[in-house]
Design a protein around this ligand. Structure first.
Ligand code: NAD
Length: 467
């Protein structure tokens, strides 16, 4: 098998000229024809397919990602998105006739063109390094933009394989990968962009948004969460435990949409914990540590951050709790906490820590959920249909899965995004095309209509005003 390419930082002094080149390609109109976009999408598909073993190896090196998870959430995820986009891009790109136009204005043939925004910067996060970078790129290509991709330096092997795939598959004058950390990203942000699409933490999202505001550059921000799960006393504890455990063990809990804390009706608590225990045993009969189906924390910094969170918690560990720094292993760990300012709730954990807070009833759960974060990225109620509808009608969140952990985020054609401080803008499915597209309103005034237009020209005679 071919070797993984090395990860190398892009020299900062080369960034401006590379970006200028990518912009010049956009201005040459090369990416406008649909045939060009479709050909690029096709090549990207085959680039991913041909390199899938290297992608799997890269994700294993970066995050200890199980092969099946990488295949499901990175490789086939992106390939399916490409197939969907390729099948539908002609339809998405078609002019739309304008809606609700007064009869007299229809003579001006009002319509909406779908124009590419231009040259875009895509900044990716480390946890799903391929999906979160290639996903937006698919939309940018489909919309007719040129693009620079800056993957996360925290998953360097995935970043390097993406660079190889894009360099070998796509038109290098239109799409490129630049590598680096803060200095390189800062240099990238100093360039002129027509859109910045950023996935990552809210802190960095704020830096990006401030910088973009200087030049009125539009941004899409896919940020983090502190997402609540709510278990009412009418929920099915077995189902809830299994589904929520899955949502916190996939990618070792490094998932922006997984629940950060679970509010459990106090009467349901013993059953729910018991079922968590059963599910954990079912998932990893030999323990998570020895399972090929459980990943690792991305790096020492994140490991130590999670360890500190757990050390500082005043909660009671009910399940798990073991860690091994040498292997960046953290066991799925269920902790019963007693207050909202517990370290496990006060910050986004982004790891396999599952704090549980007992609550008196659904009203208290809703109150607490709104208090912790009034606009989380995701929200996961378990209970009767009526209870779940009540949760939806009394909260806000980017998305929600009823009776499940983050399943909404896996529907390929359902727009995905945050709200408020969990993000702005959305992508996936048609939304991936729209997010890189300018809806350009166009009218055409026929020459023969001039006599009808006379009213608009000065002088505004009394006769005209009385018409
Ligand atoms: P991060 O914010 O640390 O890094 C994301 C990207 O920003 C990286 O490419 C990084 O190089 C760049 N970056 C970091 N510091 C920067 C700075 N000062 N200036 C400019 N660029 C900088 O995020 P992460 O650690 O990779 O990911 C974890 C966070 O991302 C979590 O909060 C998680 O919830 C969120 N996330 C959100 C989504 C989503 O779709 N909403 C998906 C994945 C992760």
């Amino acid at each position: 098998m071919a070797e993984l390419p090395p990860f190398e930082h892009t020299p900062i002094d080369s960034i401006a000229s590379t970006v200028n080149g990518i912009r010049a390609s956009f201005l040459s109109h090369k990416t406008r024809p649909l045939e060009f976009r479709l050909a690029q999408l096709r090549k990207l598909y085959w680039g991913l397919s041909d390199n899938k073993d290297l992608i799997i190896e890269a994700c294993k090196k970066d995050l200890g990602k199980p092969t099946f998870e990488t295949y499901l959430t990175e490789v086939s995820w992106c390939m399916n998105d490409i197939v969907f986009m390729s099948k539908n891009v002609a339809r998405f790109a078609k002019d739309e006739s304008a809606q609700d136009i007064p009869l007299t204005n229809r003579l001006f043939a009002p319509k909406i063109r779908k124009d590419p925004l231009g040259t875009v910067l895509i900044i990716g996060a480390y946890n799903f390094p391929i999906q979160l970078s290639i996903g937006p790129l698919i939309g940018a290509i489909a919309a007719g933009c040129t693009a620079v991709l800056k993957p996360s330096e925290s998953s360097p092997n995935a970043a390097a394989i993406m660079q190889k795939i894009i360099a070998e598959s796509l038109d290098p004058s239109c799409y490129t990968v630049l590598q680096g950390a803060i200095p390189e990203t800062t240099a990238l942000l100093d360039q002129k962009w027509d859109k910045i699409f950023y996935t990552g933490s809210a802190n960095v999202g704020t830096i990006i948004a401030k910088k973009a505001a200087e030049t009125l550059t539009p941004v899409t921000l896919e940020l983090g969460g502190r997402n609540p799960a709510i278990i009412t006393k009418h929920a099915d504890p077995k189902l809830a435990a299994k589904r929520l455990l899955w949502a916190k063990t996939l990618n070792a809990g490094q998932v922006c949409v997984s629940q950060n804390f679970t509010l459990v009706d106090k009467d349901m608590l013993p059953l729910f914990v018991e079922e968590m225990k059963n599910s954990l045993q079912e998932f990893y009969p030999q323990g998570a540590r020895n399972s090929p189906d459980y990943g690792r924390i991305v790096n020492l910094r994140q490991f130590q951050r999670l360890k500190t969170m757990l050390d500082e918690s005043r909660g009671k560990i009910l399940l798990g709790g073991t860690m091994d720094e040498s292997d960046l292993f953290i066991e799925p760990t269920v902790v019963q906490v007693d207050s909202l300012d517990d370290s496990l709730i006060a910050e986004e954990s982004f790891g396999p820590l599952l704090p549980i807070l007992p609550v008196a009833d659904l009203d208290e759960a809703i109150k607490i959920a709104n208090q912790v974060h009034d606009t989380p990225l995701g929200l996961y109620p378990f209970g009767t249909q009526k209870e779940m509808e009540k949760v939806l009608s009394q909260t806000r969140s980017g998305g929600a899965s009823l009776n499940d952990g983050f399943f909404h985020a896996s529907i390929p054609t359902l727009a995905f995004g945050g709200v408020g401080s969990s993000g702005q803008g959305a992508y996936r499915g048609k939304a991936s095309f729209d997010v890189f597209t300018h809806r350009r309103s166009v009218t055409k005034t026929p020459g023969w209509i001039e006599s009808q237009l006379d009213i608009r020209y000065p002088p505004y005679t009394l006769k005209k005003q009385q018409k």
